[in-house]
Design a protein around this ligand. Structure first.
Ligand SMILES: NC(=O)c1ccc[n+]([C@@H]2O[C@H](COP(=O)([O-])OP(=O)(O)OC[C@H]3O[C@@H](n4cnc5c(N)ncnc54)[C@H](OP(=O)(O)O)[C@@H]3O)[C@@H](O)[C@H]2O)c1
Length: 252
């Protein structure tokens, strides 16, 4: 598949490597221009393009930029034909993105992104810590394969994105529509808890909408209280699991 990726940081670069390795034709773009990603492209086997060209001739677009910057790419994304799916990996972190009132009032993040872009999106890979995405992918059928929840209202688009999640080394789990994207947000049991497919299905049903935002804020304040460089990604996964009360589910 011909894939465009916007953002070449932790998530965009990792997906560029994985999807290129899986045989897809990937073109990537960021704000600094193609010359800033020469090394990545050499290593990953993808192409660097100017941001305004990233939608040219692609069959699917993946967005890997800070959540609050998503409205900036509305013009670029609007050039895509309607049938081209947009997979969005972004997460809202109030401490980084500044408070967005609608989200703090409970609007699901995926719905906010759709409204800002003016087109449907599919939410995927947002519920994996970057090291999990980079190091825990496994071939299909592997006993240690982890799951990735995928949510979006357009079923055909979601199926295509689920295929790419599979290609990236994770079991894709249908997590519902864009209205359900709160189930994939920080504070929900499916978010960055490193679960297998069976556990992920169960975690999605355990999600409690009333608790998600309060848990997110509690998690962020615990993480902010850690000394600089103290935290390690496994601490974050362990914290997310504990906040969601997943010990029994994982031990089963
Ligand atoms: N890091 C994680 O563990 C993790 C896990 C799951 C999901 N996410 C989410 O995934 C998204 C990307 O995270 P990340 O850690 O990869 O971020 P990152 O390392 O900071 O990279 C962000 C990328 O976005 C590009 N960018 C920023 N504003 C842009 C704009 N207006 N137009 C086009 N490109 C723009 C940057 O371009 P330049 O390179 O030119 O600066 C950079 O390449 C975030 O929303 C994050 O919440 C992160």
């Amino acid at each position: 598949m011909r894939i465009g990726i916007i953002g070449t940081g932790n998530i965009g670069a990792t997906l560029a490597r994985k999807l290129s390795a899986a045989g897809h034709l990937v073109q990537v773009a960021n704000t600094r221009g193609p010359e800033s990603i020469v090394e990545l492209c050499k290593e990953a086997g993808c192409a660097a393009v100017p941001l305004e060209h990233v939608t040219y001739d692609v069959e699917l677009l993946v967005t890997c930029i800070p959540f609050a910057r998503m409205p900036d790419i509305g013009g670029i994304v609007s050039r895509l034909p309607d049938a081209v799916p947009v997979a969005d990996t972004s997460n809202y972190y109030p401490h980084r993105d500044a408070r967005i009132e609608e989200l703090d009032a409970g609007k699901p993040e995926g719905l906010w992104v759709e409204q800002k872009l003016g087109r449907p999106i599919v939410r995927a890979w947002n519920a994996l810590v970057q090291t999990t995405l980079a190091t825990r992918g496994r071939p299909k059928g592997d006993a240690d394969r982890l799951a990735v929840p995928v949510a979006g209202t357009d079923c055909a688009a979601k199926q295509k994105v689920m295929g790419l999640v599979d290609d990236s080394g994770f079991d894709p789990i249908d997590a519902g529509t864009t209205d359900d994207t709160w189930r994939l947000q920080m504070g929900a049991p499916a978010y960055c808890t490193e679960l297998n497919a069976e556990q992920m299905q169960r975690a999605l049903t355990l999600a409690n909408r009333d608790a998600v935002l309060a848990r997110r804020d509690a998690l962020l304040s615990i993480i902010a209280s850690w000394e600089p460089n103290q935290s390690f990604f496994p601490d974050i996964v362990a914290l997310n699991r504990a906040a969601a009360g997943l010990h029994r589910l994982i031990e089963q």
